[in-house]
Design a binder for this molecule. Structure first.
Ligand SMILES: [Zn+2]
Length: 232
C-alpha cells in the first residue's frame, strides 16, 4: 500500500514537473519512463564499530538514493552515511569535526581510528575539537586526551554532559564552549600551559549553572577562571 502510494505520488510529481518543464531548462527524465519505488529508511545512529546513516529513501530498481519521499532530491550513497566521528586535516593539523554517536561515556580518540574511511588520515594525531562538534549530543562523561590543544566554538553547548575532563595539552577554549548544559558539574582541566586562554570568558558556561572548573592551583586555568568569575 505504501509502495503504491509512493508510486502514485511520484507519478503526480512527474506530471507537475512535466507541466512546468517547457522553459529553457531541459526536463530530466528517464528515457524508459521509470517510476521510482521508494523504500523509506529511518535514521540510524552510528556506534563506535558500525556506521549509521541519515533518513533517506531508496529505489532498488535504479539503485538511487533520495532525501525526500517523492524522489526529487537525489544524493549519493556516500552522503547517506553517518560516521561515529568525522575528522578533517588543515595545515597539517587534524580536527575532530563532528560526533554523531549516542554513547553516554566517551573517551575521545587521540589518533584517527584505523577503520576511518579517509585512509590518508588514519593513525594521525588529533589536536582539536571543531566548532559545535558535540553540540546537542546525549552525553554524560567525556574525557579529552593530552593531545588536544584547541576546543572550538560551542563545542559542547546544549549537551546533557555532567563531567568533562581535558588533558594537559589544552591551550584554547572556544567561545560559549560549555553553554546551556544544565547538568554540567565538573570541567576538569589538567593544563598547566601558560598560553591557556578562554575566548569570551564571561560567556564560557552561560546557562550551565552548576558548572565548576577544576584545575591546578597557580595554573593559568585558575587565573583565567577566577579573574572572570567562573567558579573554580
Ligand atoms: Zn528508481
Amino acid at each position: 500500500m505504501k509502495r503504491l502510494l509512493h508510486k502514485g505520488l511520484s507519478v503526480l510529481m512527474a506530471a507537475v514537473m512535466l507541466a512546468t518543464a517547457f522553459t529553457a531548462v531541459p526536463f530530466v527524465a528517464n528515457a524508459d519512463d521509470h517510476v521510482h519505488t521508494l523504500l523509506h529508511r529511518e535514521k540510524k545512529i552510528p556506534t563506535k564499530d558500525e556506521n549509521g546513516h541519515i533518513e533517506y529513501w531508496y529505489c532498488a530498481d535504479c539503485d538511487s538514493y533520495f532525501l525526500d519521499q517523492y524522489g526529487i532530491n537525489e544524493i549519493s550513497q556516500e552522503k547517506t552515511v553517518l560516521l561515529y566521528y568525522t575528522f578533517a586535516e588543515e595545515n597539517g593539523k587534524v580536527t575532530l569535526t563532528k560526533y554523531n554517536g549516542n554513547d553516554e561515556t566517551l573517551i575521545v580518540p587521540d589518533t584517527v581510528p584505523e577503520n576511518y574511511p579517509d585512509e590518508s588520515l588514519r593513525g594521525k594525531t588529533v589536536t582539536a575539537i571543531g566548532d559545535e562538534a558535540f553540540m546537542g549530543r546525549n552525553l554524560k562523561t567525556v574525557t579529552i586526551p593530552d593531545s588536544y590543544t584547541h576546543i572550538g566554538i560551542r563545542a559542547f553547548s546544549s549537551c546533557t554532559v555532567t563531567t568533562v575532563t581535558i588533558g594537559k595539552g589544552l591551550e584554547h577554549l572556544g567561545r560559549e564552549c560549555f553553554t546551556w548544559c544544565p547538568y554540567l558539574e565538573k570541567i576538569i582541566i589538567y593544563s598547566t600551559n601558560d598560553n591557556f586562554e578562554i575566548d569570551e570568558p564571561q560567556n564560557f558556561c552561560y546557562q550551565s549553572k552548576n558548572a565548576i572548573v577544576y584545575g591546578y592551583c597557580g595554573s593559568m586555568v585558575e587565573m583565567m577562571t577566577t579573574y572572570y568569575g567562573i567558579p573554580f
